[in-house]
Write a protein that binds this ligand. Structure first.
Ligand code: N01
Length: 541
C-alpha cells in the first residue's frame, strides 16, 4: 500500500495516491471501497458538499428513481441488501440519499472523500507513468490511476436564452435544486421542459403553485409508475430469494428484471398483443420495456405501442386540444421513457396551462417572465427542467490530457471514442465508469456500475500481479468498438429522435449515439472474453 505523501520535497508537495477517483455517487463510492479492499490508497474528490451524485443534486419536488428500489441498489454486500429497508416501490430522492449516506458510514468511506472540491485537470506524465491531477482547493495529486466516476447525467444543460440574467425572480434548474425546500405557494411558476424531471415535478408544483405554465418543445411518452408503499411480505420474499432476482436482472437486456416477454409482436396474435399491452400498463414503470422483444427494431410494433399510449393520454386529458399537444409523435422510447404519477391528469387542473413552443421558441427571458415570439408571460419564478449535457458533459469540464498532451475533449470533438466505454486510446490508466460506449443509461445504473467497478478492480489486480505499470486501449480495438456501438444503434429505431442519447439536446454537439444498446449480458460477455484473453485490445506495459 502506498502511503499518501503530503510532505516529500521530491513531489513538490504533491499528494501521492494509487488512484484518484472523481465523483462520490454510486460509482465512486463503490470504487473506493473496492480499491481499499485490494490494499490500494485511493481518494475521492467530489464537487458537492455531500456524497450521492445524482441523488445529491436532483432534489426537485417529486424526484424519485424509475427502477424499483429492490433492484436499484447495490448487490455487492449481502448484509447491506438484507438489512436496508426501502419504504416505497420507487424510492424518493431523500431516501436514496439516506441509503448512500448509510453506505458511506457502513463502509467507513468518509475519511477518503474530499468534498466541495472539483478536479480541474488530469495530465498524464509519460516519464513517470503517473496522472498529475489538480483540484479546485489547490491540492496537487499524483496517482497511477485516474478513475472518472463523474456520472452520465451530471452537467446541467442551461439553455442560453437571451435575457436570462434579467429575470427578477428566482431561477431553478432541476439538476441543481436548492437544499432548502422551495415554497411555490401563491406563486406564478413557469417551467421549461417536459422530460423525466419535469414529468415528476409538474404534478407536485401544480398542487402548490397559484398557477403553473408548462413550456413544451417535445411531448414525451410516459407510463404510470404506480408507486406505493412496499408490502413487508413482498420484501421478505425478495430478500429470501435476492440472488435469484439479481441473477434474473443481470440476464436482462436492461440489467433489471422486467419480467420480459421474449416474444416479438410479430409472433403474437392480436389478442395476445392486447393482453400484453394491458398487462404492461398495469405493471407500471419501466416494466413497459419488457412487453415486446422487437419494439426497438420493428417500426410496426413500435407504432402499435405508441398508439396504445396515445390512447391512454387521450383518456386521461379532458381537453382534446391539450391531449393532442401532449401526445408524442416520435418513436416510442427513442427518448427515455418516463414513469409518472398523475402527470397527464395534472393538465385537467384549472391552474395549469400548456404552451407549445415546438414551432416558436422562447425568444427571450425578461425581468417579468419570458416571451414566446411576441407573447409575454409573467412569473414569480422559473424552473428549467432542461436536462443535461449527457455522458460527455462532466468529463469535458475537466482538462484531461493523455499521451503527447492530447486533450480528451479534442479527441472526442466528433463524438466520444472509447474501448468498451471504459478507456480511451492514448489515455493510459484512465477509466470511465459507465462511460460512453457502455450500456450505462440503458440499464439499471447501479448494476452496470458494479460491473465496471469490479472489472476495473480486476484490471488493477492483474497489472499488479504481472508487475505492469500501464494499460492503454489500442486504437484498433477502440475503432472496432466505436463502429460496433454505432452499428448496433443504427439497427434500432433509436436514432429517430433528437434525444440526449445522441447529444441532440445540446446546440453544436456532434450527433453520435453514445450508450451501447447491445444489451447488458452481451456486453458483460464481451468484457469477460477480453479479460480471459489477457485484456485483448489493450496494450499492457
Ligand atoms: O432532461 P431531458 P430530464 N427550450 O433532456 C427541454 C434521467 N432522469 O432532466 O425534448 C425549450 O429528458 C427538452 O425539450 P426537447 C432520465 O434518464 C431519471 O428531464 O429537447 N425546451 C425536454 O423536454 C432522463 O431521460 C429520472 O425538445 C428545452 C426537457 O427540456 C434524464 O435523466 C428522473 C430546451 C429536457 O428533458 C434527463 O431527464 C429525472 C430549450 N432550449 C431524470 N432545452 C428518474 O429516475 C431543453 N428543453 C425517474
Amino acid at each position: 500500500m502506498t502511503a499518501p505523501d503530503h510532505t516529500s520535497p521530491a513531489s513538490n508537495n504533491t499528494i501521492a495516491f494509487d488512484a484518484v477517483i472523481v465523483g462520490a455517487g454510486f460509482a465512486g463510492l463503490y470504487m473506493l471501497h473496492k480499491l481499499r479492499e485490494q490494499g490500494l490508497m485511493a481518494r475521492i474528490y467530489e464537487a458537492g458538499s455531500g456524497p450521492g451524485g445524482t441523488w445529491f443534486w436532483n432534489r426537485y419536488p417529486g424526484a424519485r428513481v424509475d427502477i424499483e428500489s429492490m433492484q436499484y441498489s447495490y448487490q455487492f454486500s449481502e448484509e447491506l441488501q438484507q438489512e436496508w429497508e426501502w419504504s416505497e416501490r420507487y424510492a424518493p430522492q431523500a431516501e436514496l440519499l439516506e441509503y448512500i449516506n448509510h453506505v458511506v458510514e457502513r463502509f467507513d468511506l468518509a475519511r477518503d472523500i474530499q468534498l466541495n472540491t472539483r478536479i480541474e485537470s488530469a495530465v498524464f506524465d509519460e516519464a513517470n507513468k503517473q496522472w498529475q491531477v489538480s483540484a479546485s482547493n489547490g491540492d496537487r495529486l499524483s496517482a497511477k490511476y485516474c478513475i472518472m466516476a463523474t456520472g452520465c447525467l451530471s452537467a446541467a444543460n442551461k439553455p442560453d436564452i437571451p435575457g436570462l440574467s434579467s429575470f427578477t425572480g428566482p431561477v431553478y434548474h432541476t439538476g441543481e435544486w436548492p437544499h432548502d425546500a422551495v415554497d411555490f405557494a401563491g406563486k406564478r411558476v413557469g417551467i421549461i421542459g417536459t422530460g423525466s424531471s419535469a414529468i415528476q415535478a409538474i404534478p407536485i408544483i401544480a398542487e402548490q403553485a397559484d398557477h403553473l405554465t408548462v413550456f413544451q418543445r417535445t411531448p414525451n411518452f410516459s407510463v404510470p409508475a404506480y408507486n406505493k408503499a412496499l408490502d413487508p411480505d413482498y420484501v421478505k420474499d425478495i430478500k429470501q430469494n435476492y440472488t435469484a432476482l439479481r441473477d434474473r436482472g443481470k440476464q436482462g437486456f436492461t440489467a433489471f428484471d422486467t419480467q420480459s416477454n421474449d416474444k416479438a409482436a410479430t409472433e403474437m396474435s392480436p389478442e395476445e398483443i392486447k393482453a400484453e399491452l394491458n398487462k404492461r400498463w398495469q405493471m407500471g414503470g419501466l416494466n413497459f420495456y419488457g412487453g415486446f422483444a422487437d419494439f426497438m427494431v420493428n417500426q410496426q410494433t413500435n407504432d402499435m405501442i405508441a398508439d396504445f399510449v396515445r390512447e391512454k393520454i387521450a383518456e386521461k386529458v379532458k381537453d382534446p386540444d391539450t391531449a393532442k399537444l401532449l401526445s408524442p409523435k416520435t418513436v416510442f422510447a427513442c427518448k427515455r421513457l418516463c414513469a409518472d404519477t398523475g402527470y397527464f391528469e395534472t393538465y385537467n387542473r384549472d391552474n395549469v396551462t400548456l404552451v407549445d413552443i415546438s414551432k416558436t421558441a422562447i425568444s427571450a427571458i425578461t425581468p417579468e417572465g419570458l416571451k414566446v415570439g411576441d407573447q409575454a408571460y409573467a412569473f414569480d419564478c422559473l424552473v428549467f427542467a432542461t436536462g443535461f449535457d449527457a455522458m460527455t458533459g462532466s468529463l469535458n469540464k475537466i482538462d484531461i490530457r493523455g499521451i503527447d498532451g492530447q486533450s480528451l475533449k479534442d479527441k472526442w470533438s466528433a463524438g466520444p471514442r472509447t474501448y468498451l466505454g471504459l478507456c480511451s486510446a492514448g489515455f493510459p490508466n484512465l477509466f470511465t465508469i459507465s462511460g460512453p460506449g457502455s450500456p450505462s443509461v440503458f440499464t439499471n445504473m447501479v448494476t452496470s456500475i458494479e460491473q465496471h467497478v469490479e472489472y476495473i478492480s480486476d484490471i488493477l489486480a492483474y497489472l499488479g500481479e504481472h508487475k505492469l505499470s500501464t494499460i492503454n486501449a489500442t486504437k484498433e480495438a477502440e475503432d472496432a468498438w466505436v463502429s460496433h456501438v454505432n452499428e448496433v444503434a443504427s439497427a434500432t429505431l433509436l436514432n429517430a429522435c433528437s434525444s440526449w442519447y445522441l447529444g441532440a439536446n445540446i446546440p453544436g454537439k456532434e450527433r453520435v449515439f453514445m450508450p451501447y444498446v447491445g444489451g447488458f449480458p452481451p456486453y458483460v460477455e464481451k468484457c469477460n472474453e477480453v479479460a480471459e484473453r489477457g485484456y485483448e485490445g489493450f496494450t499492457l506495459a
